[in-house]
Design a binder for this molecule. Structure first.
Ligand SMILES: Nc1ncnc2c1ncn2[C@@H]1O[C@H](COP(=O)(O)OP(=O)(O)OP(=O)(O)O)[C@@H](O)[C@H]1O
Ligand SMILES: [Mg+2]
Length: 345
């Protein structure tokens, strides 16, 4: 029987393949559910490794897990047709068993949820890109004006040496516009790589600073960079870029009258840390929890979706990292992301 109290529902997951891993990732984020363990006979099953990262017991002996008396529910995603019968025979009747077709439906729902989350991430990114238009137009217009001026000169230019020099300037100007387009197309595309890779943190921060300049005007904003060299984390490079762009954009938006944006990377005992600080308006203490909720925004309609921090938190949790904020109204805010070291062993 499921507990009706506010105490979390204690769930055991059987099967740590793709289904078990996705289920673990999802349930782990839900406060009302306590995943007490996951088991798979195959010690190399990916979900066991994921569970260890999350400090959830990972077992290779299914019997040990289902023998626990404090369980409310067992979710069987082993795909083993005989498992349901075994469970019904062995497990205390008080414990709910989700197996067979029911667990297949659950698996479909988990996959659907993952797809929706990815869509949400993309939709929020595209919504933000609308505000890039002015920044892009400005940055592309400058080299275009230069190209126009040089080309007009060339029409009447007789000196071959000058023609060569001006042609070189035109090539450089075109390269600049191409670079702007390249940055933005790589940013706006759907997070491409399914597989995580080792991402250089400082390079991504620099890329994010470049892209954020299209999104918000850095009027009277001094940028301070303080990087510890050689830091790398495992993750999706596109998503990580999106996380940094969102944090930097928020920080600059909080400094309407200018200020200092500090971007730092460092190594702490808990892992690799990225800090984005501003000397902006700050966040009242009573809002500190709410800012990570979906659609929470203090910006005027049409200016913010309120999905930025929600998506940041989602991506950071996917990477098994944490995000925290310290803020003082009128003084400024610091957002700190802590990533697990790329090679925990
Ligand atoms: N650096 C910051 N300084 C002050 N307030 C902040 C800062 N970062 C976030 N906030 C507050 O948190 C709210 C939520 O931020 P979030 O990034 O989720 O959405 P948004 O910035 O309002 O909209 P979007 O990101 O979609 O443009 C903001 O509206 C703002 O009130
Ligand atoms: Mg934002």
């Amino acid at each position: 029987m499921l507990s009706k109290s506010t105490a979390p529902t204690r769930v055991a997951i059987l099967g740590a393949g793709r289904g078990g891993t996705a289920l673990l990732d999802l349930l782990h984020q839900i406060h009302a559910i306590d995943v007490v363990g996951i088991a798979d006979r195959d010690p190399r099953a990916p979900g066991l490794q994921r569970a260890r990262e999350l400090h959830i017991p990972a077992l290779t002996n299914l019997t040990d897990l289902i023998a626990r008396h404090d369980l409310h529910m067992i979710m069987d995603v082993t795909g083993d047709p005989g498992m349901e019968r075994t469970l019904r025979e062995q497990v205390n009747q008080e414990i709910e068993i989700l197996s067979g077709p029911a667990s297949r439906i659950l698996w479909e729902l988990v996959q659907h949820q993952a797809a929706l989350q990815a869509e949400l991430l993309h939709a929020e990114k595209l919504a933000g890109i609308g505000s890039f238009a002015a920044g892009i137009a400005h940055d592309i217009n400058n080299p275009l004006q230069l190209i126009l001026g040089l080309a007009e000169n060339l029409i009447d230019e007789q000196d071959l040496h000058v023609v060569h020099e001006q042609a070189k300037d035109i090539v450089e100007a075109v390269k600049r516009t191409t670079a702007i387009c390249r940055d933005l197309t790589s940013y706006s595309r759907r997070a491409s790589t399914l597989h995580d890779s080792l991402v250089d943190v400082n390079t991504k921060l620099d890329d994010a600073l470049k892209i954020a300049r299209y999104a918000v005007a850095f009027h009277d904003v001094t940028v301070v960079k303080d990087y510890t060299p050689g830091l790398a984390v495992m993750g999706n490079p596109d998503q990580l870029l999106h996380v940094f762009v969102n944090l930097i954009t928020n920080a600059v938006q909080a400094m309407e009258r200018g200020g200092t944006l500090a971007v730092r990377s460092s190594i702490a005992p808990e892992g690799i840390q990225v800090r984005v600080s501003d000397t902006g308006c700050g966040i009242p203490a009573e809002l500190l929890e709410q800012i990570f909720e979906p659609f929470f925004t203090t910006k005027p309609p049409g200016k913010g979706t309120g999905l930025g921090l929600y998506n940041i938190k989602y991506v950071v949790h996917q990477m098994h990292g944490t995000i925290g904020v310290e803020s003082q109204p009128g003084v400024g805010s610091t957002f700190t992301i802590t990533f697990q070291p790329a090679h925990p062993d």
